[in-house]
Design a protein around this ligand. Structure first.
Ligand code: CTP
Length: 146
């Protein structure tokens, strides 16, 4: 009897100032696959798209996320790979892409769904944890002088 092939899951994000929303998402991802690869967006992507410096640099963000027991492998991706998930498929050969449902309906994921359909790669959106984000934490620290 042949063994069932493990289902490889993949998700991406900046994961700066790691918080409970990140952990909720990653635990939910891991419940839905056998091997979870988390791709950390590099500092250059953060500067370009969020127009700010990272609080924790890319190597630290990778170590923090990689130390979680729900994460099997952590990798770093550049801006091109963050924007074009086909480049990630070529590098990491996953079966399912996970994202927070704040991305549902976005142009980037609409294109990705079209590209993935013929390859049989699933896209699964998972509930975004309300009332916490890196941006909110940064704002609170400033506003409340924490
Ligand atoms: N995420 C989530 N719930 C949150 C915050 C993030 O599920 N409260 C998910 C996002 O949907 C994404 C991943 O965690 O799939 C990484 O998100 P990231 O953008 O790095 O974190 P944010 O806290 O949203 O950062 P920012 O405020 O800079 O946008």
């Amino acid at each position: 009897m042949t063994e069932k092939k493990p289902r490889v899951g993949f998700t991406t994000g900046v994961f700066d100032l790691m918080h409970i929303g990140h952990l909720n998402l990653l635990e939910r991802c891991r419940e839905r696959c056998d091997y979870l690869i988390v791709a950390i967006c590099d500092d250059e992507y953060l500067r370009k798209y969020k127009h700010r410096e990272p609080v924790f640099p890319e190597d630290d963000r990778m170590r923090l996320i990689g130390a979680l027991k729900c994460v099997d492998q952590v990798v770093q991706i550049n801006t091109a790979e963050t924007e074009d998930k086909m480049l990630c498929v070529e590098r990491f050969h996953f079966d399912v892409l996970f994202a927070g449902d704040d991305w549902e309906g976005s142009e980037r994921f609409r294109i990705t769904a079209e590209q993935f359909a013929p390859l049989g790669i699933d896209i699964v959106f998972l509930p975004y944890t309300k009332e916490i984000s890196t941006t909110q934490i940064r704002r609170r620290i400033k506003a409340e002088n924490l």
